[in-house]
Write a protein that binds this ligand. Structure first.
Ligand code: UDP
Ligand code: MN
Length: 634
């Protein structure tokens, strides 16, 4: 009888032998396979031996990176799968606590009928998501909340997908000089999805003539998203093997906000012309040549392409009409109608003079630096575009939209990088007002409903920007309004503004009904601009957000002359039609209509809710939040 020890010994030797044979077989098969593949490739490519060796070396290094890439992808895929599996199990257990995970997976695969929408109120599933399983819907919704667009779909769409050519057909006949400046593209991002960023630079590589595209600079504004770290680095390495030196990445070591991220990119760039883009864009065919040609013609012009919209849910492209970029007194960007003199030219391909840019821009790199890049004192997001626009115009240069350069930009459903963007927007707007808007800056304060004295908002140090304004010998905002943006109409006679309250109940404020904009109501006081009221020395009360521009009417508190309900009417029409829009008022006094002598008062309706009414004056009085200079003090 053999002892157990001997049995074990024999087993061990046997095992070692089997392993050795296997290892040998693996190596042998690999070498044979390599020989076979290399041999056939050599034949196919018909290369001489030295060429062949070089190619092989190159391919091998590619292969190495590819393998690394594959390994990373597998790791990522596996962890995603794990996440997904655990979600399946967790979700299903919660829904059917007595079912086992194995049963759940089996039943999951059997279901084929259309699934119900789990998030009927989510904007993601309004036009998309049919046929997705519960697990897929949950995954898509989670990604949507994290990024503000449909990452689930983006991850499935090809990186080099085609998009419709949205140019006017007349643009196609345009020709450009053969010698054009070199182009550097700056793509900034903060926690954007990897597939989105990759699609952006893939579109740039595929749709820009390679002899013009010198560099693509990615600026990571301190993202925390894992896939944007070493995985993205590796992808860049891979791209750079195909396009040597094309992609660069710079990473902020703390969050600096959009303006500084763009500045970081522009400092690193070396190309003649820089284009600054968001990470969620796809450039369209022929976008670059007209941009470069225009800047070659005049290196002091800042140009913007025309945007189309990539829908955040379906990723379909929506063609946008050509328009110019403007802004409101809150300095919100918006599209404005095309200027008359451009329309009269009857040339759809001619550049359009624009009062502002949306953010995305192209400029001569040196000119952009010399005019002061972007204001690095802007925090997080917003208004840096208006600051640049005022600077460019007031300092004697110009901004143009190029109708034949088109970029598709994804308008997100929400911005995941700040819970309350308003704080940054307001602060940045005041910075612009203080640096560039001279005596008109009060319009920005009014529009944001901020007190002119002691506003309590720290807009940072503006001394270096003021010095720049002086150095560049820039013109006034008054000049800008007259010659560049006459559509904005400053109002000079507003003497009281902010919330209007009746002393009967100081918790409620005069408000504009959300749906029926011509109906004034009393509502609990809140932060939104529907409760902004502007009293003019001439007697009008504007109610709602301050518009103050050429073609849109603010809403005037009106006594219709009969019935007890006041209305809100477009002011200029109301004035033309001789409606009763003029009131006598001082803080702490009654609000009396100058024509009808009726008072604006409030009373409880049948549901005991206060409503504004017009009636013979009793003793009711009103207050207004802020006054201008000494108005109403005596
Ligand atoms: N961004 C950034 N840092 C920030 C905020 C935004 O780098 O603190 C980037 C963001 O990833 C995007 C670009 O700035 O590529 C513009 O932001 P967004 O698209 O949200 O602005 P929008 O186009 O909606 O005006
Ligand atoms: Mn954007």
């Amino acid at each position: 009888m053999m002892s157990w020890r001997n049995v074990l010994k024999i087993l061990c030797i046997g095992l070692t032998l089997i392993i050795s044979i296997n290892v040998f077989l693996v190596f042998y098969t690999k070498r044979t396979l390599q020989k076979l593949i290399w041999g056939s490739l050599q034949k196919e490519l018909n290369l001489p031996l030295s060429e062949w060796n070089k190619t092989v070396m190159k391919r091998l290094s590619h292969l190495e990176v590819d393998l690394q890439h594959l390994k990373e992808s597998m790791k990522l895929g596996m962890s995603q799968q794990e996440n997904m599996d655990s979600t399946v199990e967790r979700v299903k257990y919660e829904e059917h606590p007595v079912q086992k995970a194995s049963e759940v997976k089996a039943s999951e695969t059997k279901k084929h009928k259309p699934k119900e929408i789990l998030f009927p109120d989510s904007q993601l599933f309004r036009q998309w998501g049919e046929g997705l399983s519960d697990v897929q819907q949950k995954k898509a919704e989670n990604l949507f909340r994290k990024f503000g667009y449909n990452v689930y779909l983006s991850n499935q769409l090809p990186l080099n997908r085609t998009i419709p050519d949205t140019r006017d057909s007349r643009c196609l006949q345009k020709t450009y000089p053969t010698q054009l400046p070199s182009l550097g593209v700056i793509l900034i991002f903060m926690n954007e999805a990897l597939s989105i960023i990759e699609r952006a630079f893939t579109s740039i590589i595929n749709r820009t003539p390679s002899q013009l595209l010198k560099e693509i600079i990615l600026v990571d504004d301190f993202s925390s998203n894992g896939e944007l770290k070493s995985y993205l680095d590796m992808k860049i390495k891979l791209y750079n093997q195909r396009y040597p030196g094309l992609l660069k990445i710079i990473r902020h070591t703390k969050r600096k906000g959009l303006a500084q991220a763009r500045n970081t990119g522009s400092k690193v760039a070396t190309a003649d012309v820089i284009v600054i883009l968001d990470a969620h864009v796809e450039v369209n065919v022929g976008w670059a040549e007209p941009t470069l040609a225009r800047i070659q013609e005049d290196h002091t012009v800042i140009v913007s392409p025309v945007f189309d919209n990539i829908h955040f849910d379906t990723f379909e492209l929506e063609k946008y009409a050509l328009a110019v970029d403007g802004f409101s007194w809150k300095l919100w960007c918006r599209y404005d109608p095309l200027p008359k003199d451009w329309i009269d030219q009857h040339d759809v391909t001619a550049p359009v003079k624009s009062p502002s840019i949306m953010g995305i821009l192209a400029a001569n790199r040196i000119f952009f630096r010399d005019i002061g890049s972007l204001d690095g004192g802007m925090l997080v997001y917003g208004r840096e575009n208006v600051e640049l626009s005022l600077r460019v115009w007031q300092c004697g240069r110009r901004i143009e939209i190029l109708p034949y350069s088109r970029i598709a930009h994804l308008e997100r459903h929400c911005k995941p990088y700040a819970l309350n963007l308003h704080l940054a927007l307001k602060r940045n707007a005041l910075r612009v007002a203080e640096i560039w808007m001279d005596e008109y800056k009060y319009m920005v304060y009014l529009a944001w409903n901020i007190p002119l004295q002691n506003p309590g908002i720290d807009f940072g140090d503006i001394s270096s920007r003021m010095a720049l304004r002086k150095k560049l010998k820039c013109k006034t905002f008054d000049w800008y309004l007259k010659y560049v943006y006459p559509n904005l109409k400053p109002i000079h006679n507003i003497v009281g503004y902010g919330r209007m309250k009746n002393t009967l109940d100081e918790n409620i404020c005069l408000d504009q009904e959300f749906v029926l904009a011509n109906t004034p109501i009393m509502y609990y006081c809140h932060e939104y601009s529907s409760q902004n009221v502007y009293y003019h020395l001439t007697g009008e009360f504007y109610v709602g957000p301050l518009i103050a521009e050429a073609d849109t009417d603010d809403h005037c508190l009106t006594d219709p002359g009969k019935g007890e309900k006041p209305t809100l009417e477009p002011c200029s029409k109301a004035a033309q039609n001789r409606l009763h829009i003029y009131w006598d008022f001082k803080p702490g006094r009654a609000v009396v209509n100058r024509a009808t002598k009726r008072c604006l008062e409030m009373k409880k309706d049948t549901s005991s809710i206060y409503v504004p009414v017009l009636q013979t004056c009793t003793t009711q009085v009103w207050t207004i939040q802020y006054t201008v200079q000494n108005w109403g003090s005596n």
